[in-house]
Design a protein around this ligand. Structure first.
Ligand code: SF4
Ligand code: SF4
Ligand code: SF4
Length: 265
């Protein structure tokens, strides 16, 4: 139930944000304002307070429901699972890599190198995918269907211009989309838990969240099914622990456990 609710919310946010980025629904622009880094840069204390408060209390729900790049990675994984069974393994976290990546990101921002920092900032990365890749692709699909309609004697669709905003930006978007797709398909949320600066901050805030994924050692038979399903690779079955700083609160593991040993409370 929790997982279905989370998916419904994530899909609504993802569709709303894409409508906004493609210029179809100005009303959904509020979803852009609740993105973490844009809110930091705009000194939006209300948004930052809410995101920090929710994360301190209940963990990284932001990463499964609000961030378009996180949802994009989930879509990649979902598509992969349609073709092939996926299985993850528990791996130890990389707090040093995360800290260095976050410090580098902050240093780049402070030095005014925003375009370099934007290479890993989640909302910028997704924005590049949407404007440089998905939008021209959508226009090309639209034109193809319009041509088909015309050929069938039913000219019911208008063609639209395929707008390329710059070949270098297109190349950057293409390379990062390809890289992130491969990483998400093979290692789930590895980008989120090593490179993403927002993930590093929210991971720190969620370590002590009182509402957390709990593993009841008395019920657990150590079958390992939950660890295989966890895209954050953060369930340590042997030691009966869940790394709360890497858990993105997707709730997949709860439905996987047939012994009722996992809960979010
Ligand atoms: S860790 Fe970063 S990229 Fe991943 S979902 Fe969270 S904010 Fe988005
Ligand atoms: S799926 Fe349940 S029983 Fe199996 S290892 Fe995970 S918590 Fe334990
Ligand atoms: S521990 Fe459970 S809720 Fe957390 S990321 Fe892994 S599967 Fe999702």
């Amino acid at each position: 139930m929790l997982r279905i609710l989370r998916i419904l919310l994530a899909v609504s946010v993802f569709v709303g944000l894409n409508l906004f980025v493609f210029g179809f629904a100005a009303g959904t622009g509020v979803l852009a304002q609740v993105q973490f880094v844009p809110a930091c840069l705009a000194f939006n204390v209300v948004v930052l307070g809410v995101v920090a408060g929710v994360t301190l209390l209940a963990g990284r729900l932001y990463c499964s429901i609000v961030c378009p790049l996180g949802i994009f990675q989930d879509v990649v994984l979902w598509i992969r699972r349609r073709f092939r069974r996926t299985s993850f393994l528990f791996r130890a976290g990389r707090p040093v890599v995360r800290a260095v990546a976050a410090a580098l990101f902050a240093a780049l921002l402070l030095c005014g190198a925003a375009s370099l920092a934007g290479l890993v900032e989640p909302y910028s990365v997704y924005g590049r995918f949407a404007t440089h890749l998905f939008e021209p692709l959508a226009a090309a699909c639209n034109n193809y269907v319009a041509d088909l309609c015309m050929r069938w004697g039913r000219p019911c669709m208008l063609k639209s211009e395929i707008f390329i905003r710059g070949w270098s930006a297109l190349a950057v978007a293409g390379v990062s989309l390809a890289a992130l797709t491969v990483v998400a398909a093979l290692r789930g949320r590895l980008f989120c838990n090593t490179v993403c600066p927002v993930g590093a901050v929210l991971g720190l805030l969620s370590v002590k969240a009182p509402v957390r994924i709990r593993l009841d050692a008395a019920k657990c038979v150590k079958c390992g099914l939950c660890a295989k399903a966890c895209k954050a690779e953060c369930i340590d079955v042997e030691n009966g622990k869940v790394d709360q700083s890497r858990c993105v609160r997707c709730f997949t593991c709860i439905g996987t456990c047939k012994k009722g040993a996992l809960s979010w409370k």
